[in-house]
Design a binder for this molecule. Structure first.
Ligand code: SF4
Ligand code: SF4
Length: 356
C-alpha cells in the first residue's frame, strides 16, 4: 500500500535550530530577568547562565543591504543570532556582559537606536501599506518611520509612565489592532462607482453581503448589471472596496486620518480595552504626516506629565475621565466622539445572509 499523502506543514518554522545556544540550553528554565539599561534585557537562568539581549530599532521596511549590515553586526559584535520582536525591533543576544557596550556602540554608530524596552515608546506596529496590500488609503510603514524619527528620544529612554504601544493602519477595516495610540485611515465620502467595470470585476452578491449597514443594492446602469449605494445609509467604512475595486473609496482629499486612544490587548493590571476616537479629519499628508505627528506628540507629552507610574494610556484616561482628557490635551470634542458603537451588535448587519 502506498504511503498516505501527508500535509505539507507551512506554518511557523521550528525556532530551535535558529536559537542562541544559551537560550536553547535553558529553555523553560529561567529564574528572572531585569533591564540593566534602556534597550538591554538580562535573563538569568536557574543553571546560573546569563544572556543579554540588545534591542534596536530599524527603519522598518528594510532593503537587503540593511539586512546584510545587521547580520554582519550580529556576526562581528554579537554571537551570530538575531530575532525580531512582534513590533519588528531587532534583538541581538550575547552571553558575556563585556560584549554589550561594543555592540551598542556599533549599532548606534550605524544609525540603529538601542531602546524600546520597559516604559518607552517602542516601535510602532503597522499594517502592510502601499508595499504589500491592495486597498490601503495611506501608507502605514511610512507613518511609522516619520513618527519614530520624531519620537526617537522616547524610544532610547524609559521615561513614560508605562509602555506605549502605538499602531497605524492604512484602511478603515484596520487589520492592525488596539493601541495606546492608533492612527487609522478614515474615509469620509461613500465609494465612487465605475459602473462599466463592476459586472466584470466584482462578485456582486459578495459585495452586497459585505456592507455592514446594508447600503448596497444590485442595479442596472446603461444596460449593464452593477451596484448602487444608498449614500444616506453608507458609513464610509470601505468594506466594499476590497472585493470590488471599481467601488473606489480612497480619495486624496476625503480619506483622512483619525487618532484613537486607550486601547490595549494585555490584561496586566487592568482588562483589555478598545481604543476610542479622539481626533478626526486629519490630513493624510505623506511623506511625513506632520499634522498627525503633532497630535500624537501632544497626547504623549500630556500622558507623560499627568499619568501615574504603571498607568497605561487607557488606565490614565479612565482615572481622569474623557472630559479631562480633552481639556488637558486641548483636542476639540465634537459630535463624532459620542457614538461608541455600543449598539453595533443590534444595529449593524452582523449576518452573512444576502439581502436584495
Ligand atoms: S489596514 Fe487595510 S489596507 Fe492596510 S494592510 Fe490591513 S487590510 Fe490592507
Ligand atoms: S461597505 Fe461601507 S463604504 Fe461600502 S457602501 Fe457599505 S457602508 Fe458604504
Amino acid at each position: 500500500m502506498s504511503a498516505p499523502r501527508m500535509p505539507i506543514e507551512s506554518g511557523v518554522p521550528d525556532p530551535f535550530p535558529y536559537m542562541h545556544p544559551v537560550l536553547k540550553k535553558n529553555f523553560g528554565a529561567w529564574s528572572y530577568h531585569d533591564r540593566p539599561r534602556p534597550g538591554v534585557l538580562r535573563h538569568v537562568a536557574k543553571s546560573g547562565d546569563q544572556v543579554w539581549t540588545v534591542r534596536a530599532g530599524t527603519q522598518r521596511q528594510m532593503d537587503v543591504y540593511t539586512i546584510r549590515k545587521l547580520c554582519d553586526i550580529a556576526d562581528e559584535f554579537a554571537e551570530g543570532h538575531v530575532r525580531f520582536t512582534m513590533r519588528s525591533n531587532i534583538e541581538f543576544m550575547v552571553s558575556e556582559e563585556s560584549k554589550v557596550a561594543p555592540l551598542i556602540e556599533k549599532l548606534t554608530a550605524e544609525g540603529f537606536p538601542v531602546g524600546g524596552t520597559g516604559p518607552s515608546v517602542t516601535m510602532i506596529s503597522h499594517t502592510q501599506g502601499w508595499l504589500h496590500c491592495d486597498i490601503p488609503g495611506t501608507d502605514a510603514s511610512g507613518v511609522v518611520k516619520a513618527l519614530m524619527d520624531e519620537l526617537h528620544d522616547e524610544f532610547i529612554k524609559e521615561e513614560m509612565p508605562n509602555r506605549v504601544h502605538i499602531t497605524t493602519s492604512c484602511c478603515q477595516i484596520n487589520c492592525g489592532g488596539q493601541g495606546d495610540i492608533a492612527i487609522n485611515i478614515q474615509h469620509t465620502k461613500p465609494p465612487k462607482i465605475n459602473h462599466d467595470l463592476v459586472a466584470n470585476a466584482c462578485e456582486r452578491p459578495t459585495v452586497v453581503a459585505r456592507c455592514p449597514v446594508a447600503a448596497i443594492r444590485p442595479a442596472m446602469v446603461n444596460g449593464k448589471p452593477t451596484l448602487e449605494v444608498d449614500e444616506k445609509k453608507c458609513i464610509c467604512c470601505g468594506a466594499c472596496f476590497p472585493p470590488c475595486p471599481p467601488m473606489q473609496i480612497n480619495d486624496p482629499e476625503h480619506s483622512k486620518l483619525a487618532i484613537w486612544v486607550g486601547g490595549k490587548h494585555s490584561n496586566a493590571r487592568s482588562k483589555p480595552m478598545f481604543h476610542k476616537l479622539v481626533a478626526a479629519g486629519i490630513p493624510n499628508n505623506p511623506p511625513r504626516w506632520p499634522e498627525a505627528s503633532e497630535i500624537v506628540k501632544n497626547i504623549l507629552a500630556v500622558y507623560k506629565e499627568d499619568a501615574k507610574d504603571w498607568e497605561r494610556m487607557g488606565d490614565w484616561v479612565e482615572r481622569i475621565g474623557w472630559p479631562q482628557f480633552f481639556e488637558k490635551t486641548g483636542l476639540p470634542f465634537t459630535k463624532y466622539h459620542i457614538d461608541n458603537w455600543r449598539g453595533g451588535r443590534v444595529n449593524l448587519n452582523a449576518s452573512a445572509h444576502i439581502r436584495f
